[in-house]
Write a protein that binds this ligand. Structure first.
Ligand code: ZN
Ligand code: ZN
Ligand code: FE
Length: 754
């Protein structure tokens, strides 16, 4: 891995042991030659692996004996630019304690300098333009180091030896604050810009802040009026905003923080961690309306650290900020100063800019904690482009992912480089960002795909793009069934540790995926490996009214499921009451004729239906909102004996008894929490039952939980516990998200094999 201080570490180790030789970065490895007494060379080999610098990862070591060349001294020699460039690019890393100490020290030359970094921390992925990773191949190329920085850079004993983004207030990037409104005149530079931004935030203003991976919109998270203004400007009704908090102590004022959450908050990737909000949380209620979860991150850069702390000598500031992507809803994050002024000017009162380009846009990552470890929800800054190591090597392949939460994967040999979160492929800006990112990955990893993979859905933009790209490259296109890709992504990430090669029983539950029979799949139990899959069981098809209206209006999913189950549309049921008489008549005609309906086995829509029956929002404004509300209710309520699905010998899982029981509960006035808990229990019990049936027929003993539904940790826990009781080994996602953000990895390993 380049850019993690490996060469200075080797230099220090070799000179400490009195060994001669050199260390050099090649494009695909680090090459070290040492010469000296045999016991010292042995010691060197041992400590090379045991004393690694914090960010270094060694994948493999090859040792070759050489003839003695009678060298003296140990040197770091210039990088060689080779034909291949597969050396791992590091992800961006949160500021280290040493750098933070300097930023906080009035006597240090980097006091309050927002771009402070060293070999152990700072931006990497977002500033690298090519390999090998040296300053000319970064966005720091235009900043010439001052004599003091240059000395550090060339001193092997210094923490900044060969720290490519090394900078200081003399020579590095500089802040500018630009007003976007006439009421706040003028622009400020450097520390004055930072202080002015803090004043504006404290006065209830909205500031667009340029970070390392693009722009955020920031505002006071304790002031509901300010948060409301941000919501209306951004066009975002309910979707939770992420928060930036200075430390764990302040996070504990807002949400429950267990040991796993604490570790995730402090991890070098600094993701947004989804936490259970306290009822009396010291935060504006509308940062996450109708959600029991709140996403919080700790500062990942000195700029964020400085923004949250009192300026020297006092002055207004906010100690808790909303920090949401700098975009309009559904557009990609803005990266360019001019672009940001154009796109965010109307959203922000001021813009805190700097003069270092963002090479690759990179949103914040999002994780939840499940069974003491991270469950990725959005894998982006801090994780991308760290490769997933593949047990089974693949030929060069480009996999373009799905349509929402899109990522792509470029894989070759034992590495799959999964891209940062690109977004929803529904608008031109996202598509352009996707194309730029694909091109950059190809350049950085010098990989030319021999096959292109995409989803089997003919209507996905990504699939059409992939077809054109495959034709342009003259390589085959492989269309991968959606849920097979989900299961394959789970298999692909089980590297080394468990060594699962499949087949497994894959429980792939999500909202929507194209089925080969033209139906919308989403409640699938597959027997799958990387080569093939067989549909062993699935939710019974229910005709759903087509189009997006059913996704944003869970009450329609409820009416569809009630109708399919032969349950009357009783006015006492919340989803029935939420539907106008006119719409009911239209729906009834659709269901009886099948006109405008699509057969669907979607588990996501079943969650929507039950959420609506339990009295959750009949209309939602962001994806999976109803399911999240239902999970929150179940969490608050605690475990319950569940409803029961009816699974036939043919593997058709019928939800009708669940719907009937939930509707009866709702009419009987049973609490929403109890209905939610009983439903979660039902799904978990059904998973265990179906897995046992399939296991008995196939002899398989491993079950994988994948698909967007398994972002739900209540369900994941209930299902995993029951499966383990039944003797199964349970696989869950730890490296890529269970949602469509993980699809590209699955597509890559399927299309790239053999
Ligand atoms: Zn540092
Ligand atoms: Zn400098
Ligand atoms: Fe999916």
């Amino acid at each position: 891995m380049q850019g993690v201080g490996f060469r200075p570490f080797v230099h220090g180790l070799a000179t400490g042991l009195g060994l001669a030789g050199f260390v050099r970065n090649d494009s695909d490895s680090v090459f070290v030659e040492v010469e000296g007494a045999i016991d010292r060379v042995a010691k060197f080999s041992e400590r090379l692996l045991s004393d690694l610098p914090p960010l270094a990862i060694v994948e493999s070591v090859e040792i070759i004996d050489l003839a003695v060349s009678d060298d003296h001294g140990f040197v770091i020699v210039e990088s060689r630019r080779g034909a291949t460039a597969s050396t791992l690019v590091p992800a961006d890393v949160a500021t280290c304690d040493d750098c933070l100490a300097e930023v906080g020290d009035p006597d240090d030359r980097r006091y309050r300098y927002p771009f402070t970094n060293c070999t152990n921390c700072g931006p990497r992925f977002t500033i690298i333009t090519g390999l090998p990773y040296d300053r000319p191949a970064t966005t720091m190329a235009g900043f010439t180091m001052c004599p003091a920085c240059d000395r550090e850079y060339h001193d092997p004993t210094n923490r900044r030896f060969h720290a490519q983004p090394n900078a200081c207030p003399e020579c590095g990037p500089c802040l500018t604050l630009v007003s976007t409104t006439t009421s706040m005149n003028g622009s400020h530079m450097g520390d004055a810009a930072l202080l002015r931004a803090q004043q504006i935030l404290a006065a209830g203003g909205i500031v667009a802040v340029k970070g390392v991976g693009g722009f955020h919109l920031a505002c006071d998270a304790r002031d509901p009026d300010t948060v409301r203004r941000l919501r209306s400007r951004k066009g975002r009704a309910d979707k939770p905003f992420a928060l930036l908090a200075p430390d764990v102590a302040s996070v504990e004022q807002i949400a429950r923080v267990g040991p796993a959450e604490n570790a995730a908050l402090h991890s070098r990737a600094r993701p947004i961690v989804l936490l259970t909000r306290l009822t009396n949380a010291a935060v504006a209620h509308n940062v996450a309306p109708r959600s029991s979860l709140v996403g919080v991150m700790l500062p990942s850069t000195p700029l964020h650290q400085l923004l949250l702390h009192a300026p020297p000598g006092g002055g207004p500031f906010c100690d808790l900020l909303v920090m949401t992507s700098g975009n309009l809803t559904d557009e990609p994050i803005a990266v360019d100063n001019d672009e940001a002024l154009e796109r965010l000017g109307a959203l922000a009162d001021a813009m805190l800019l700097h003069d270092r380009a963002v090479h690759l846009p990179c949103d914040d990552s999002v994780v939840r904690c499940f069974r003491g470890a991270e469950l990725p929800i959005r894998r982006s800054r801090g994780y991308a482009p760290l490769p997933v190591r593949l047990d089974a090597p693949v030929r060069p392949v480009l996999a373009v992912g799905g349509e929402v939460k899109a990522t792509f994967s470029l894989a070759n040999g034992h590495h799959a480089w999964v891209s940062q979160h690109v977004g929803d492929m529904g608008n031109l800006e996202t598509i352009q960002a996707f194309e730029r990112s694909v091109q950059r990955f190809r350049n950085v990893y010098a990989t030319s795909p021999e096959v292109v993979a995409c989803d089997a859905h003919p209507g996905y933009y990504s699939a059409r793009w992939a077809a054109a790209e495959a034709a342009r490259l003259g390589v085959p296109l492989v269309r991968v069934q959606h849920h097979h890709a989900h299961v394959a992504s789970l298999l692909a990430e089980q590297t080394g540790a468990t060594g699962v090669t499949g087949p497994i029983i894959g429980i792939a539950f999500d909202g929507t995926g194209y089925g080969p029979d033209g139906a919308i799949w989403g409640g699938e139990v597959l027997v799958a490996d990387l080569a093939t899959f067989r549909r062993a069981a699935h939710l019974r098809y229910v005709p759903l009214p087509g189009g997006d209206a059913t996704i944003t209006r869970p009450y329609r999913a409820a009416l569809a499921h009630l109708h399919a189950a032969g349950i009357a549309w009783d006015d006492r049921l919340a989803p029935v009451a939420a539907c106008s008489a006119v719409e009911r008549a239209v729906l009834l005609r659709q269901f009886s004729t099948g006109f405008g309906c699509v057969a669907s086995s979607s588990m996501g829509r079943l969650f929507d239906a039950v959420a609506a029956l339990a009295g959750c929002s009949p209309v939602v404004t962001y994806e999976a909102q109803a399911a999240m509300e239902l999970e929150a209710l179940a969490t608050a309520h605690g475990p319950e004996d569940g409803y029961r699905f009816d699974t036939g010998p043919d593997g058709i899982i019928d939800a009708a008894p669940v719907l009937a029981a939930a509707a009866a509960d709702a009419i009987a006035g049973i609490s929403a929490g109890r209905i939610a808990a009983r439903f979660h229990d039902a799904v978990a019990e059904m998973i265990a039952g179906v897995a046992s049936d399939v296991g008995a027929k196939t002899g398989l003993t491993t079950v994988g939980l994948t698909g967007g539904v398994f972002q739900n940790v209540v369900l994941s826990e209930l299902a995993a516990a029951r499966l383990e009781e039944a003797g199964f080994t349970v696989l869950v996602h730890r490296k890529v998200p269970p949602n469509d953000g993980g699809l590209s990895l699955g597509q890559a390993v399927i299309a790239g094999r053999g």
